[in-house]
Design a protein around this ligand. Structure first.
Ligand code: UDP
Length: 407
């Protein structure tokens, strides 16, 4: 047996069409630079593509893993999970015995994405403009364009604060003149240092005239669920119905923002039955609502502004992300900052009534609620501290200002 002394990279791509060719090209490139590469795929892929096991394609060897084709995608993935690691180990042994020991294994598995200074992201945690590129090419381009010349910008201010994203801030500082200047909530809700801040907001929509703030005044501390999906998200009629029934089912007081254009999707009968427990408005003064002590839970689409507002005002969240960066924000809320939970979706991407009810209870009174409330208080204090005199964001804003003052 002749021993091959080149370093041998075994590449195991996710076994679907979209991953086979890119990894094959990668394997070929490694071979062209002097390594030995083997691309391992499944029997199913071998059969469908009619590549012979052990064949050499562009001098990258293709080999198979010993598990068979299954009827549905689910069954196929189940089988892959059940026998994949065993057959992969067998293949590695086989290659070693044939004089080609493997030095490196590259499993290109897109179920988890690992990026510097970020928690591991599963597919549902990735911004939709990356995980579903086909549907949002313009958004992805917009984001990419924003970062094009980032190294040459004099300043890159971003709406966060050092403690909230400590490692991310450091990582960015090494690459550009990033400064965290947030949270960018009106000063009157945080440090009260900016004069004339009472006229704090510019609204695309007119706040509803219904007296919801007075109504909140009549409710006990932490007893009301506030629900809002921001200015753009459009829910399906089914999602709207599940949401209504979920809110109704948990029997709590609620204040629900349903924009004028979304109102027609409300399930009329269910809404009539739940009118005694709450109010539906077309737009609210959200920050004032979140700052009200009666509000104990925010069911949110996890837009960045809504997330920051709730975090800075200490309101626990139930995240129902819809698109763009919202899934990633929800991941941080639930798993990094611990200030809420993320609702699970069914196979059609809809959050069912039972799940809505479960999550609301979990945040307000369930097992995790004490810890979530403790964390919410902690982050509220840190947010305030960042903007107070000498706080991290306050100092950053001063640095920014000083750069314009000529000596
Ligand atoms: N907002 C509001 N009243 C509402 C609903 C939302 O003032 O009834 C504000 C909210 O406070 C936040 C913004 O609208 O500042 C929504 O921004 P976000 O990034 O959360 O979501 P988007 O609208 O961009 O999806």
């Amino acid at each position: 047996m002749e021993r091959d002394y080149r370093a041998h990279v075994l590449i195991f791509p996710y076994p679907t069409q979209g991953h086979i060719n890119p990894t094959l090209q990668f394997a070929k490139r490694l071979v062209s630079k002097g390594l030995k590469a083997t691309l391992a795929t499944t029997i199913f892929i071998h059969k469908s593509t009619q590549i012979e096991p052990g064949c050499v394609n562009g001098r990258a060897r293709c080999d198979e893993l010993g598990f068979a084709e299954a009827g549905s995608t689910e069954a196929y993935l189940e089988r892959l999970e059940a026998v994949g690691s065993r057959t992969l180990a067998e293949l590695i042994d086989r290659l070693a015995q044939s004089g080609h020991p493997v030095n490196c294994l590259v499993p290109l598995d897109v179920t988890t994405v690992t990026l510097p200074v970020m928690p591991a992201l599963e597919i549902p945690d990735i911004p939709s403009f990356c995980s579903d590129i086909g549907s949002y090419p313009a958004y992805l381009q917009l984001v990419l364009d924003q970062f094009k010349n980032v190294e040459s910008a004099d300043w890159v201010p971003f709406n966060s604060f050092d403690k909230l994203e400590e490692q991310m801030v450091k990582w960015m500082e090494e690459r550009c003149k990033a400064i965290a200047i947030g949270p960018t909530l009106p000063s009157m809700f945080l440090d009260k240092r900016v004069e004339g801040d009472e006229n704090y907001s510019i609204n695309l929509y007119k706040p509803d005239k219904v007296g919801y703030m007075k109504w909140l005044d009549t409710k006990a501390v932490g007893s009301v669920v506030y629900i809002s999906f921001g200015s753009m998200a459009e829910l399906t009629e089914k999602q709207m119905e599940e949401l209504a029934l979920g809110i109704k089912g948990c029997n709590k007081y609620y204040l629900w923002v349903v924009r004028e254009t979304e109102k027609k999707k409300l399930p009329a009968k269910s809404i009539e039955d739940m009118e005694d427990k709450g109010i539906i408005v077309t737009w609210s003064k959200q920050i004032e609502v979140l700052a009200h002590e009666a509000v104990g839970c925010f069911v949110t689409h996890s837009g960045w502004n809504s997330t920051m507002e709730a975090l800075c005002l200490g309101v626990p969240m139930v995240c129902v992300p819809q698109w763009t960066d919202q899934p990633t924000n929800a991941k941080f809320v639930a798993d990094v900052w611990g200030v809420g939970v993320r609702a699970r979706v069914d196979d059609k991407g809809c959050v069912r009534r039972e799940e809505i009810g479960f999550c609301i209870r979990e945040v307000m009174e369930g097992e995790k609620s004490e810890e979530i409330k403790r964390n919410a208080k902690k982050w509220k204090a840190f947010a305030k501290e960042a903007l107070e005199e000498g706080g991290s964001s306050d100092k950053n804003i001063e640095k920014f200002v000083a750069s314009f003052v000529k000596p």
